[in-house]
Ligand binder design. Structure first.
Ligand code: URA
Ligand code: URA
Length: 258
């Protein structure tokens, strides 16, 4: 775990990210003030807001991207992993430590899709092993599932430096890897964790707050959208909605998987 104190700019960036990720249409800025410290704060806020503008994820894949389920191109997840683990298709290939392909049951009925590896995942090479991952384990346990039963993957396989948001070009390059994982695993249910995953999978700019708690479809597979566990770590209040989402997920799992 990374326990270094956060810079003011990083704290503000995270606060703004949280606002965006909780589905707020506009970020909230503090009132202006003449004092030096607050002027500095304002400057950081402007910088943070600039870098935090919502990316129109819907536009990045283009309309030509084939929709609907695809046939797997590889014989197995292991073969696929072997062929992509040294990927240098985008600049993150140069800065990553470990390529974080995904983990879990290759025949899982339920697939969780997060955003991108963080520092812990980048170090270990597995998805969701840091604080957010530990919370995901608890969420799974609460609906009587384990990490070994499900499969866990991310939109990006490599860590964006400093945990910045994935860039459209990175997501576009990486997306075929996830599509192949979906084709190979052939899950009966998908759960998208957080705004980035939900918007990328659904090709929409609709705020997370309006996407969560409902069934959607990804390539013919029923998909539920819920909050990212990292958001829950910052906003306890969203645990209630997440719990409702998880009960929906478990009910559908019982219906389709038994
Ligand atoms: N957050 C994610 O979205 N994915 C991970 O693997 C870890 C943290
Ligand atoms: N950052 C996250 O960790 N999750 C989101 O959904 C959006 C941004």
């Amino acid at each position: 775990m990374d326990d270094r104190p956060l810079s003011l700019q990083e704290m503000l960036r995270r606060a703004l990210t949280s606002q965006v990720e909780l589905g707020m249409g506009e970020v909230i800025l503090p009132p202006r003030s003449a004092s030096t410290i607050e002027t500095e704060l304002d400057q950081h806020m402007v910088a943070a807001t600039e870098s935090q503008r919502i990316v129109p994820v819907a536009d990045i894949f283009g309309e030509e991207r084939p929709l609907g389920p695809q046939e797997p191109q590889f014989a197995s997840l292991d073969r696929h992993f072997d062929s992509v683990q040294n990927c240098q298709e985008c600049p993150l290939g140069a800065t990553r430590n470990k390529f974080v392909y995904g983990a879990g049951n290759p025949n899982a009925d339920l697939l969780f899709i997060g955003e991108a590896p963080g520092a812990d995942e980048d170090r270990i090479g597995e998805p969701f092993v840091g604080r957010a991952g530990q919370l995901l384990d608890k969420i799974l346990a609460a609906i009587k599932l384990s990490r070994e039963e499900v499969y866990i993957a991310n939109i990006l396989k490599c860590r964006p430096p400093g945990n910045r948001d994935p860039q459209p070009a990175e997501m576009e390059k990486c997306f075929p890897l996830l599509r192949e994982q979906v084709a190979l695993i052939a899950p009966k249910l998908i759960c998208a964790l957080g705004r980035i995953a939900a918007q990328a999978l659904l090709k929409t700019t609709t705020p997370l707050g309006k996407l969560r708690g409902r069934w959607h479809e990804y390539e013919g597979v029923p998909m539920l959208v819920t909050y990212h566990p990292a958001a829950l770590l910052r906003f306890q209040a969203y645990k209630k909605d997440t719990w409702a989402d998880m009960q929906m997920l478990r009910a559908k799992y019982d219906e389709l998987v038994g």
